[in-house]
Design a protein around this ligand. Structure first.
Ligand SMILES: *Cc1c(COP(=O)(O)O)cnc(C)c1O
Length: 393
């Protein structure tokens, strides 16, 4: 099966990991802080806090923003469940804002309208999590404007967008947000096996997240409630977690990061090749906008046929039979039974629903060859022709 995405591990990666394994520290050593500095400097942010997953990164960021019971977190429904679960871990209510059909990101017009309504009803969100779907940045300048007006924290779920740009700056610079979260799961743009990081320009937020990833413990007298009892002393000042990244993971991340720009270039090239190969098919293809350079984490098309539901299913099954690991990103989060609650029925999200009925994610990763791409395009064309309802245009 040719997957929709996959990691690349080089001899250099293996050497870096082996070196850590032979060293004194396999966790809590010098490599994690060095990796954090490199990520911060790559993104153009003041600080980076590395953790055990993108999900953990979202969780500590929400905690550090003070999200808790009685609060609300708003996010996009077209995302992985983790973007929403972080709110629930904190005891907050999670609500969704419909997407913009063109970018598949949170729709700014809908966000503005929902905020007006929420203000009138006294239920404004404390944290808003825009998701940069497929690596294309959300309209962050507009989100910032609304955040300043309504007073919510902006947490970017940039799990798809490491290496992407928005208004000339790298995603993760946090110019328009309070923090940005990345994931290093093997399917993402670079990997540490499992892993994640939060970038931010708020030093205090960074320090709070550092404590939360390590049991809420501090050794810094400045953060202690009491007096240090002696040189051995530390205090738990907050209920934290063990969300630390290991040295082994960080070493892999460092060498992967050196190749990130090459990977993004390779993804861009493959995305434009798809645009050429698929231009004759009845599909809506993903596009960039004038503000954003996508990191092209996913290449998600939409079928533009009648009876799309059946056609999409038939095309999906035929491609899987041919050995192509196509996928659907994502099942709208509110559709999951564990999210079912009053006010989150599908009818409230027409754009997310329309997208979900038509979406198909194609294979896209740096090692995908030209040959494979044109073979895929051919199989996709045939699968669509075969699945087309009789008599349709
Ligand atoms: C992958 C992903 C996450 C979670 O990252 P993990 O490292 O797998 O925990 C969160 N949000 C989005 C949009 C993702 O794609």
């Amino acid at each position: 099966m040719i997957p929709y995405g996959r990691q690349e591990i080089t001899e250099e990666d293996i050497q870096a990991v082996v070196e850590v394994l032979r060293s004194d520290y396999i966790t809590q050593g010098p490599v994690v802080p060095r990796f954090e500095e490199r990520i911060a400097s790559y993104c153009g942010a003041v600080r980076a806090v590395a953790v055990s997953s993108g999900t953990a990164a979202l969780h500590v960021a929400c905690r550090a923003m003070g999200l808790g019971q009685g609060d609300r977190l708003w996010t996009s429904p077209i995302t992985f469940v983790a973007s929403a679960n972080c709110g629930r871990y904190c005891g907050a209510e999670v609500e969704f804002v419909d997407i913009d059909p063109a970018t598949r990101n949170m729709d700014i017009g809908s966000l503005r309208m929902e905020l007006e309504r929420a203000e009138a009803e006294g239920r404004l969100p404390k944290v808003v999590v825009p998701v940069h779907f497929a690596g294309l940045s959300c309209d962050m300048a507009s989100v910032r404007e609304l955040a300043d007006r309504y007073g919510f924290w902006v947490l970017e779920d940039a799990a798809h967008a490491l290496g992407g740009r928005y208004r000339g700056e790298r995603v993760g610079s946090c110019r328009y947000s309070d923090a940005a979260v990345f994931s290093f799961h093997p399917v993402k743009n670079i990997t540490t096996g499992e892993g994640g990081v939060v970038t931010t320009n708020h030093t205090e937020l960074a320090e709070h997240m550092q404590r939360l990833r390590s049991h809420g413990i501090t050794r810094d007298p400045e953060h202690m409630v009491g007096e240090a009892d002696g040189p051995w002393y530390y205090e738990q000042v907050d209920l934290g977690y063990n969300y630390r990244m290991t040295e082994i993971q960080a070493a892999l991340g460092e060498t992967q990061l050196e190749r990130l720009d090459d990977y993004i270039q390779a993804r861009r090239e493959r995305a434009s090749r798809y645009a050429e190969l698929l231009s004759g098919l009845p599909l809506t293809l993903p596009e960039e906008d004038s503000n954003s350079h996508s990191a092209w984490h996913l290449y998600a098309v939409e079928m533009s046929l009648d009876s799309v539901r059946e056609v999409r299913r038939a095309v999906f099954e035929e491609l899987r039979n041919c050995g192509w690991g196509v996928n659907v990103h994502y099942i709208p989060v509110y559709r999951h039974p564990d999210f079912a609650r009053p006010g989150s029925d599908a009818k409230r999200f027409p754009a997310a629903e329309a997208y979900y009925q038509r979406a198909l994610t194609l294979p896209l990763f740096p090692a995908l060859t030209e040959r494979l791409q044109s073979d895929f395009a051919e199989d996709l064309g045939q699968a669509i022709a075969a699945a087309r309802p009789v008599g349709s245009a």
